[in-house]
Design a protein around this ligand. Structure first.
Ligand code: NI
Length: 322
């Protein structure tokens, strides 16, 4: 065994031990400093987290505030909108009211003053519209007007324009009693045989002559002979009125026969007659009280459409109020 070697060995052992100690001290220091760094880093991190959290909360708080403000302004604007809506609603309501007010008087507004659309009829009670073509003719028209007046009944007179000047008083009286003055053209013309201009002339002349007497125009036409074609539909701006009950009074010239034709009358019927024949006046004298007794309201064509909710359009044909 070599001592030196041993010593050396020892020495080296010492050295080794020494160096181990030193190393371990260094390691400890290193570890400590590492620990310090870690702690510092951790602390910094923690502080950063805290700061960031606080900032985040603050921002959130601010946002909350601004939300609140937004809400306030939104509430403000919504209340403004609310006001506007309220105003608009009120305006609409008023407009509707105006509409409601205007509706019954619509024909009067459109063409002047008209008396043949009464307020206050009962829409649930049956209605019938008696109509008289080809007049006026005083010997018959005056008798019919007398009966209508007695029973507070109304009818529609489809007058022939060229007869109006001669029987002006009848037209005036009929109108004053609340009857409807409508047109049966100026010359009792078959409108299907006329040009567009010819059709317009018939209606314009009728309009003028009626307006001269009662101050307003007609709102409906009964085409002579009940004849119509597409040309008429395209030119004529008022509703064309047919009938649902044909008394054939012009054919029978007999009151009883006329009454027989009126045996079955229904709610909404439009009855066709002519105020040219004394037999027709005789029939009316019995027919009107009978219908009134049966609960019918005797109305003008305008009233019939109005109360039955029919929006009669120009150029279209209507046969009844149903
Ligand atoms: Ni006729």
């Amino acid at each position: 065994m070599d001592n030196r070697g041993k010593h050396f060995k020892d020495e080296s052992g010492i050295f080794e031990r020494e160096s181990y100690r030193v190393r371990s001290i260094m390691n400890q220091r290193k570890r400590r400093s590492e620990m310090k760094t870690r702690v510092m880093l951790f602390g910094t991190g923690l502080v950063l987290v805290v700061v960031l959290t606080v900032l985040a909360f603050k921002l959130a708080g601010l946002n909350g505030e601004s939300d609140k403000q937004d809400n306030v302004s939104a509430a403000g604007s919504s209340s403004v909108n609310g006001e506007e809506q309220k105003e608009n609603k009120q305006k609409k309501k008023n407009d509707d009211k105006e509409k409601d007010k205007e509706e019954p008087a619509k024909p009067a507004v459109a063409t002047g003053k008209k008396k043949w659309l009464r307020d206050g009829l009962d829409p649930d009670k049956p209605m019938v519209a008696l109509t008289f073509d080809d007049g006026p003719y005083t010997p018959v028209t005056s008798k019919i007007l007398k009966v209508l007046k007695k029973y507070d009944a109304r009818a529609t007179f489809f007058v022939v324009g060229n007869r109006v000047p001669q029987y002006e008083d009848m037209v005036k009286q009929a109108y004053e009693q609340g009857n409807e003055i409508a047109t049966h053209t100026y010359n009792h013309a078959n409108l299907t045989k006329l040009s567009k201009k010819g059709i317009k002339d018939e209606l314009n002349k009728s309009r003028e002559v009626i307006k001269d007497v009662i101050g307003c125009s007609f709102s409906t036409l009964r085409p002579p002979g009940g004849s119509i074609n597409d040309k008429m539909r395209s030119v004529i701006k008022v509703p064309m009125i047919y009938w649902s009950v044909d008394t054939e009074d012009w054919k029978s010239r007999n009151a009883k026969s006329v009454l027989n034709e009126c045996e079955v009358i229904q709610d909404g019927d439009i009855v066709l007659m002519h105020d040219l024949y004394p037999s027709t006046a005789d029939a009316v004298k019995k027919l009107v009280p009978r219908l009134v007794k049966e609960g019918y309201q005797l109305v003008t064509v305008d009233e019939l459409f109005h109360y039955k909710g029919i929006n009669a359009k120009g150029g279209k044909v209507y046969m009844s109020g149903r």
